[in-house]
Design a protein around this ligand. Structure first.
Ligand SMILES: Cc1cc2nc3c(=O)[nH]c(=O)nc-3n(C[C@H](O)[C@H](O)[C@H](O)COP(=O)(O)OP(=O)(O)OC[C@H]3O[C@@H](n4cnc5c(N)ncnc54)[C@H](O)[C@@H]3O)c2cc1C
Length: 521
């Protein structure tokens, strides 16, 4: 059911909830949807309004003001405002839901390169990827079924050659707004569920905990009225989940006196992005690349009809859908192929995982190489509070994000490009022209506005790392803060490693898993 915090008398204490989820982007909405019509009384705090779509209200977005370190300022001076949306549906309103699960190997420590891994296995996450696929209407989790993909893309990847270090892999995307704007897709379900209380215009300011800082007693919240701080109110629940995005989750813990920090002072450290070189190099080929190979790398709309029996197969619909309404009857999403390293390549090269997307010219004689790769969690890459800058509404210290690319990250990118260009040379790529300068220190790479500039990739990961032991991270395998018995984190801040896959499918999978855990399943 819907409620509006604007209507609350000042200093109201809202109580009687089993669970309070703060934040309604992909993570918060996935949890609330999973918990709809269960026995749990759930309060979903939404910093936004029921009709929010595309653009946030300016005053609410101003709460995301902050400062960045020198390196990040060179890459993207507007990073904190551009890469987040403070509204119902969250940053998720920005995107086309490019999706792919993490590779199983991404979740393991990689000896000789990084000792960090996940405290949960890919097998444990697998059923939740399937559920996340249903949530995003992506059909079967069959990324490795190349026979299927070659059939539906009318394509084949480059033929394998002895000694190949890369192989073809599949990405999907969902551009249908009514599906990827989750506040729209699940609107009726959340509004109509008797146990889900969606409270709009509800902004969390700080989290109250007991003296030992091991138990949350309540949340201090406020409304925002005509661009100014409005009514204050408090929320009390048995358990709490922060689902406010990969930077704001950290800031809220820091605003609450460093709640959940561990003995190694890791709160906010290890912040990672998926750095991106959109136009890293141009490759020209001796012979035009065959159209069926270009088809593999070309983004295409895929239309599947779900099986009518449990044992049935997905039916591929070859003709485009004329009637847009049919998007709800069929599974309609986009898919395309790319190149990724084999696991052995990562072990041999001791580098981060990566993907190469190829954009071919129409005549097949030229391709632009697009690289996106995995960073090492580096404790100097971190989020802190900047007491010198306060948000313009509630006057709380803003976030300061000091994102770093260290030597290992740089080496990963240089090797990833080297391996990819070798792969293309072996297929007739005769001329290679680097557009990005990846020589020298990261500070001397190509920066905006030059062509081939480094981009941030916009995936905010790692600053509240999940770990088996409290010494190695902030949250446990169930996403609960190690040191607080009733506070959980949803979102990509808990990722100990990031692979190269866009994070939101994994965010949704982890959120659905957390919802099941909180239900005691
Ligand atoms: C341009 C762009 C394109 C992207 N494309 C993709 C893509 O194709 N695929 C992909 O996987 N990822 C993509 N991403 C990343 C993706 O958007 C995020 O991973 C995802 O939206 C994170 O979801 P979330 O629920 O954790 O956070 P958010 O969606 O940011 O939600 C956080 C919510 O918390 C609310 N909130 C914040 N502070 C408070 C507070 N104090 N009190 C109450 N509520 C609060 C916010 O209003 C918001 O509703 C893209 C990002 C950008 C910027």
């Amino acid at each position: 059911m819907y409620r509006h915090a604007d209507h609350l008398p000042a200093d109201t204490v809202l109580r009687g909830f089993d669970l309070c989820i703060v934040g309604a982007g992909a993570a918060g909405i996935a949890m609330a949807q999973r918990l709809a019509n269960t026995s749990l009384q759930v309060l979903l705090l939404v910093s936004g309004a029921p009709g929010d779509k595309r653009e946030p209200a300016a005053a609410r977005q101003s709460l995301y003001a902050g400062t960045t370190g020198e390196f990040l300022r060179k890459v993207d001076p507007d990073f904190l405002q551009r890469s987040r949306l403070n509204m119902y549906g969250g940053t998720t309103n920005h995107f086309g839901f490019w999706a792919r699960p993490l590779d199983a190997a991404d979740m393991l420590a990689r000896p000789g390169y990084r000792d960090v891994g996940w405290p949960i296995s890919a097998d444990e996450l697998a059923p939740y990827y399937a559920a996340a696929h249903e949530f995003g209407r992506f059909g079967p989790v069959n990324y490795d079924d190349m026979t299927f993909w070659q059939r539906v893309l009318y394509a084949r990847c480059f033929d394998a050659l002895p000694g190949d270090k890369l192989h073809g892999a599949i990405m999907r995307a969902q551009y249908e707004e009514n599906l990827h704007d989750f506040q729209v897709q699940f609107r009726d379900q959340l509004r109509d569920a008797p146990n889900i209380h969606v409270l709009f215009n509800a902004h969390l300011l700080t989290i109250d905990s007991d003296e030992a800082r091991s138990h949350v007693g309540g949340l201090q919240c406020a409304t925002l009225v005509n661009g100014e701080a409005g009514t204050r109110f408090e929320v009390r629940a048995r358990q709490y989940v922060l689902a406010c995005g990969g930077i704001e989750n950290v800031r809220l813990l820091q605003l609450s006196g460093g709640l959940g920090n561990n003995a190694r002072d890791m709160l906010g450290r290890g912040f990672m992005l998926h750095p991106l070189l959109t136009n890293a190099a141009r490759v020209t080929f001796e012979q035009p690349i065959a159209s069926e190979i270009r088809n593999f790398f070309r983004e295409q709309q895929i239309r599947l009809k779900a099986p009518t029996t449990p044992a049935g197969d997905y039916l591929h619909m070859a003709t485009p859908l004329v009637n847009p309404e049919l998007v709800f009857e069929y599974l309609v999403f986009n898919a395309w192929g790319m190149l990724a390293p084999t696991h052995q390549t990562l072990l041999d090269e001791r580098i981060g995982n990566f993907r190469i997307i190829l954009y071919f010219s129409d005549d097949g004689k030229e391709a632009i190489v697009n690289l996106n790769w995995e960073q090492l969690p580096d404790e100097n890459s971190r989020i802190t509070l900047n007491p010198a800058l306060r948000d313009p509404v509630f006057g709380q210290p803003a976030a300061h994000v000091d994102w770093r690319l260290n030597e290992a990250d740089k080496r990963s990118a240089v090797r990833a490009l080297g391996l990819s260009l070798d792969y293309l040379r072996a297929r007739g790529g005769a001329g290679v022209k680097m557009i990005t300068d990846v020589g020298g220190a990261a500070e001397s790479w190509t920066f905006p506005p030059a062509a081939g500039a480094l981009e941030t990739g916009d995936h905010h990961m790692g600053a509240l790392r999940m770990s088996a032991s409290p010494d190695a991270g902030l949250v446990d395998a169930n996403s609960r803060l190690h040191s607080v018995d009733n506070l959980y984190i949803a979102g990509s801040a808990v990722f100990p490693t990031g692979g190269y896959a866009n994070p939101t499918l994994t965010i949704v999978a982890l959120s659905l898993r957390l919802a099941d855990h909180l239900r005691g399943l």
